[in-house]
Design a protein around this ligand. Structure first.
Ligand code: SAM
Length: 374
């Protein structure tokens, strides 16, 4: 009997294989012919980017990375952006440019300001090169030279388009990769950093203190909290110039590779099913916290349309009912300038999606930018 009980209590499938079954069933349909290549990318080793820490000795760090064969993809994108601007102007004088469709307005095209791109530096190895970065070492003043992350996770921060003097909210911030990138701009007047998990917020604090000198982390510059982000609309309505809503999701790559803390484990089934609702509530709160005219970027690391486009659509509808209107911004120019680094879904319905690929194994990262109109 004891043996039979042990056998029945043992899970039939591991969480990672449950995730794979679920993805095969759903993404096979969503992505069609693209799915086999995305699938093999997600099952293979992920590629990293090195976010340069401007508070460390950047000259030495960047030279070392360049010698190893890596390059700053943000800088390269900024060059491509300038080139595109020039060509667009030339083409406009003669004919319709392919990127300027009749629905793409002038303001929507300004998705990547060169001012931001010069402050955020993220090194990657070229397409097809699977070299790995070594762990960063502290410099003479104790600051680490770079932070390793999925390079595609810089896209939501770049899309946020932070400008000098902005008041910014990072609603779901831990462990802090995007917060760190936001701080690299050194343009933000006040940054509110929040994550509902107390332990993850503690980890975020440790990350910030390893990269940013204390004088840049004073209360008047950076405020770190552990509130439920869903309540932000009640706490600080119509306040921020920019809000990043980087929500909890099925973290597809992690779910395929790690048994630990896997959202596809049977005991977490309810939590997983409730994710889209939580995501809608967080985006709604983010929209409410933004001032009219301000901008929100919604992002996930899943391929699931139910957690991506559908969440944006639902949140926009609910926001409208609460007297908050917002418009989706065109991110095609941003995807265009970074097309040499990332594989984007060719025809996204709303927002942009970075697809994992063996030659550029970043992502998945979904991002959608919204501008509050009233
Ligand atoms: N932005 C982070 C980064 O770049 O390192 C990653 C954020 S992670 C995808 C999502 C985070 O949302 C988790 O740290 C989780 O603790 C947090 N979270 C979950 N529910 C939340 C809520 N109701 N309010 C605020 N944060 C929440």
């Amino acid at each position: 009997i004891a043996r039979r009980n042990r056998a029945t209590s043992r899970p039939k499938f591991s969480s990672t294989s449950l995730a794979l079954q679920y993805f095969d069933m759903n993404y096979g349909t969503d992505l069609g012919d693209l799915w086999p290549s995305v699938r093999i990318g997600m099952l293979s080793e992920q590629k990293y980017g090195a976010l340069i820490n401007n508070f460390s000795n950047t000259g030495d760090v960047m030279t070392t990375l360049q010698v190893q064969g890596a390059h700053d993809f943000v800088y390269n994108g900024a060059l491509a952006w300038e080139e595109k601007q020039k060509t667009t102007q030339d083409h406009l004088q003669s004919e319709e440019h392919p990127l300027r469709s009749s629905t793409t307005s002038e303001t929507q095209e300004a998705a990547l300001p060169p001012s931001l791109s010069t402050n955020i530096k993220c090194f990657v190895f070229p397409k097809g090169d699977i070299s790995r970065f070594k762990s960063a070492r502290p410099d003479g003043s104790g600051m680490l030279g770079y932070y390793l992350l999925d390079a595609a996770s810089m896209l939501p921060v770049l899309a946020l388009d932070v400008q000098e003097g902005h008041n910014v909210l990072d609603l779901c911030a831990a462990p802090g990769g995007k917060t760190l990138a936001l701080l690299q701009t050194q343009a933000i007047r006040h940054l509110a950093v929040n994550d509902s998990s107390v332990s993850r917020t503690a980890r975020l604090r440790r990350v910030l203190h390893s990269y940013v000198p204390r004088e840049h982390l004073t209360e008047d510059r950076v405020r770190i909290t552990s509130f439920d982000g869903r309540r932000w609309g009640e706490l600080e309505r119509d306040t921020y110039d920019r809000v990043l809503v980087d929500v909890p999701c099925t973290t597809d790559r992690h779910s395929l590779q790690e048994e630990d803390n896997n959202v596809f484990s049977r005991v977490r089934a309810k939590e997983r099913q409730r994710l889209p609702l939580l995501q809608i509530q967080l985006l709604l709160a983010g929209l409410e916290a933004t001032r009219p005219g301000g901008e929100v970027v919604y992002s996930t690391c899943t391929l699931s349309p139910l957690q991506n486009e559908c969440v944006v659509e639902q949140a926009l509808e609910l926001a409208q009912e609460r007297g908050v209107s917002a418009q989706v911004q065109d991110l095609r120019p941003l995807a265009h300038v970074f097309r040499d680094t990332f594989h984007f879904l060719p025809t996204p319905r709303l927002g942009e999606l970075v697809l994992p690929h063996l030659t550029a194994n970043f992502g998945p990262i979904y991002l959608c930018k919204l501008r509050r109109t009233s």
